[in-house]
Design a protein around this ligand. Structure first.
Ligand code: BES
Ligand code: ZN
Length: 454
């Protein structure tokens, strides 16, 4: 019998071919037109997990199904590991600049290119293939195994939030593993210990009850697009901080020790400028880029719409205008409270010439992970075994809303052990996952199981 590592190496090619099959399913959760593809993806995963010898089910929700699987064969005294992942993906259109079909995976220059290759199908797959390797190793798995996989992480995640709150017993485990983040660089492993939370909103500003001729009514009624611009211009202060009163009330400041630790992994203003193509960086005065993106809350304008932006010219005062605003939050900030504060402030700065309607999307709390937990030490050693160097600890600016829910309702430590690279272009065109890192990921997870469960 091979060891789990030997099994994983022998079957490496097949692991990737199966991943290609998974990537061919366009499970775009935000677009109702793909509803049946999302469902097909859930069924496909449940069937695959059953094939590995686990019991697996798809759990219907108000939107997209969850996939749950378990194998409790290690017995009541053994530890239990829960793995979380998401099988839904962001939309992708060839026109956005893809060099190959986003749903026809292609391997070139050491990467797999496809929507979801990294976020999150590739990373979910390396977790599943590590578990398959455990089942086929020289000894049965030393711990019980559970999977909870969601289908709407990229579009709100309300269903899993509800499920976790209502079913903490079913998900109970000694530790939760998540590979949905990345490492610092190919040869610089890192472990994420903080994620930001999120509140996402949409504001419709309405003036006249129909579009007007700007010659007849310009200067007579307030243009809703102008009102949106006036509101948006008051959301930040000159020093880059957010102007919403109370926004920073619950923020826990980073300690000097933590700032010093983060300073070790340099990400200079010049590097950010080169990476993003901006002539100059921007942000809250007094904080480094890494602190601004990981340790501070922010407010972003994600989109503004209304009026005429087509070819040529139209002299119109639009009836309404729309703006999408989201806030990234740090642990301890409550998304509902931030939403209320934002609404109250916008009400205060909105002129009486228009009416405003709000819509709130899903979001969630930020999360902090204890880097001194014993489970974390097993993760550190697992990376060290594969890379030959110790991983550094990093904060991540992105969000995985379920993490805080798992910590709060199930009460278990969550480890964010991912294998993506900052250059993978997740959510963008030509998303890719490094093939070598996919296989190192399988190996690292196997090391984790060995160290953690013996
Ligand atoms: N995998 C990402 C989280 C992430 C982002 C990790 C950047 C590392 C770097 C996740 O799938 C994601 O995109 N989350 C959304 C959540 C939001 C829609 C609530 C995000 O951060 O925008
Ligand atoms: Zn994502």
């Amino acid at each position: 019998m091979p060891t789990p590592h030997e099994y994983a190496h022998e079957h490496a090619e097949r692991f990737r071919q199966e991943l290609h099959d998974l990537l061919r399913i366009p499970s775009i959760s935000t677009d109702p037109a793909y509803r049946s593809e999302v469902r097909r993806c859930a069924d496909w995963l449940a069937a695959h997990l059953r094939g590995l010898g686990m019991t697996a089910e798809t759990i219907p929700t108000n939107r997209h199904p969850l996939v749950y699987a378990e194998w409790m064969g290690a017995g009541a005294d053994a530890k239990t590991v829960l793995t979380y992942g998401h099988y839904d993906v962001q939309p992708a259109d060839v026109d956005e600049g893809w060099h190959s079909d986003p749903f026809e995976p292609e391997e070139r220059d050491g990467n797999i290119y496809a929507r979801g290759a990294e976020d999150n199908k590739g990373q979910l797959w390396l977790q599943i293939k590590a578990v398959e390797s455990l089942f086929h190793g020289d000894q049965p798995p030393a711990c019980n195994l559970k999977f909870i996989i969601e289908g709407e992480e990229e579009s709100g995640g309300e269903s899993i939030a509800k499920y976790v709150a209502e079913n903490p017993e079913k998900l109970k485990a000694d530790v939760c593993l998540i590979s949905d983040t990345g490492i610092l660089a190919f040869d610089k492993p890192s472990i994420i210990y903080a994620l930001r939370g999120m509140v996402a909103t949409e504001l419709t500003v309405t003036g006249p009850d129909h579009d007007l001729h700007s010659g007849s009514f310009g200067g007579v009624v307030h243009n809703p697009l102008q009102v949106v611009a006036e509101i948006v211009s008051k959301l930040h202060n000159a020093d880059g901080s957010v102007a919403v009163p109370g926004f920073y009330d619950d923020v826990v400041m980073m300690s000097d020790a933590e700032r010093a630790e983060l300073a070790k992994t340099s990400w200079t203003e010049a590097e950010v400028a080169t990476e993003t193509g901006v002539p100059q960086t921007w942000g809250e005065v007094g904080f480094s880029p890494r602190e601004r993106a990981g340790g501070r809350p922010t407010l972003e304008i994600n989109g503004i719409g209304g009026g005429y932006a087509g070819i040529g010219f139209k002299t119109v005062i639009p009836s309404s205008a729309l703006v999408k605003i989201s806030c990234r939050l740090v642990a301890n900030q409550d998304p509902d409270r931030i939403y209320d504060l934002l609404k109250a402030y916008v009400a205060q700065i909105t002129p009486p010439t228009v009416t405003v309607e709000w819509k709130k999307f899903g979001g969630g709390h930020g999360a902090l992970v204890d880097i001194h937990a014993p489970e974390m030490q097993a993760a550190v050693r697992a990376y060290e075994n594969v890379w030959g160097v110790k991983p550094v600890f990093l904060r991540e600016g992105g969000s995985i809303p379920v993490v805080a829910d798992l910590q709060r309702h199930v009460g278990m430590p969550v480890l964010l052990i991912g294998f993506g690279l900052p250059t993978d272009n997740i959510h963008g065109p030509n998303e890719h996952f490094n093939i070598e890192l996919f296989h190192r990921g399988v190996d690292t997870i196997l090391h984790f199981y060995e160290i953690y469960a013996g």
